[in-house]
Design a protein around this ligand. Structure first.
Ligand SMILES: CC(C)(COP(=O)(O)OP(=O)(O)OC[C@H]1O[C@@H](n2cnc3c(N)ncnc32)[C@H](O)[C@@H]1OP(=O)(O)O)[C@@H](O)C(=O)NCCC(=O)NCCS
Length: 222
């Protein structure tokens, strides 16, 4: 059997994805200013860059035009719904229609917005798009082992650690592991069903247990 996902260039890039607290919108050329600020922040570079040090201005320009605005990546801007503030960016790269897979990336560039649930909600929206509308089978990512906030956020969205590149990254004067995480479409559907059950009144949950549907809320995070 051949697994082929029909992904026409740009037709798979949505205009916007709406969550409860964040909205993902197509990037505008004016977002380059924010990218210049985010990616010249040493802490952002420490958390998500293999190379040591920050990107140069011209590298950020090229990254923005090729990887953010370019045709090969599904990249969306993360905005806080209530205020409209642009706070970050998230993307699928390496979209592989033959094998139904892609790699996920996210950066909430505005540090004062970390830890408020925005990153996890953006990831949830991207996974829903990947599995419901693009019919992908698997989303993968890589994360440094010291990035505990990112790992916690990815686990909440259903990613599990699938493997570890031992001591693959030199940072802060020592070697650290790099984890490969992934989520499959069936795992995402199970997690979504469990979340729906958790939001229902207790009486309904009792009915679902009677019907043999699991109501546990922490089975997929790994
Ligand atoms: C990683 C990132 C996307 C997460 O988004 P976020 O909005 O900050 O995270 P959230 O608030 O949605 O979730 C973070 C979770 O981690 C937990 N957390 C925060 N700091 C933590 C730490 N040091 N150790 C363990 N858990 C931590 C939070 O408590 C929260 O879980 P909870 O909701 O159950 O309390 C965002 O912080 C970011 O972009 N950081 C900089 C760039 C980066 O690291 N990108 C990822 C590269 S792989």
């Amino acid at each position: 059997m051949v697994y082929v996902v029909a992904m026409q260039p740009r037709s798979w890039l949505p205009e916007r994805l709406e969550g409860e607290r964040v909205a993902l919108r197509r990037h505008a050329a004016a977002n380059l200013d924010a990218f210049q600020r985010w990616y010249s922040d040493p802490e952002i570079a420490r958390l998500n860059r293999h190379e040591s040090g920050v990107m140069r201005r011209d590298e950020i320009d090229r990254f923005f035009s090729a990887r953010v605005m370019g045709p090969d990546t599904l990249s969306l801007a993360v905005h806080v719904r209530e205020t409209g503030r642009l706070i970050g960016t998230c993307a699928f790269s390496h979209l592989d229609g033959d094998n139904g897979s892609a790699l996920y990336h996210i950066t909430i560039g505005e540090r004062d917005e970390w830890g408020r649930g925005y990153g996890t909600e953006a990831t949830d929206l991207m996974l829903e798009h990947a599995f419901e509308r693009l019919s992908l089978h698997r989303i993968g990512l890589s994360v440094f082992s010291f990035n505990e906030r990112a790992i916690a956020s990815y686990r909440k969205s259903g990613f599990v650690i699938e493997g570890t590149l031992r001591q693959a990254i030199w940072r802060d004067g020592r070697f650290w592991d790099e984890h490969q995480m992934g989520i499959l479409t069936d795992e995402w559907r199970t997690l979504r069903r469990m979340r729906t059950v958790d939001r229902r009144p207790a009486d309904n949950r009792t009915d679902m247990v009677a019907a043999g549907i699991s109501t546990a809320s922490d089975g997929v995070g790994g």
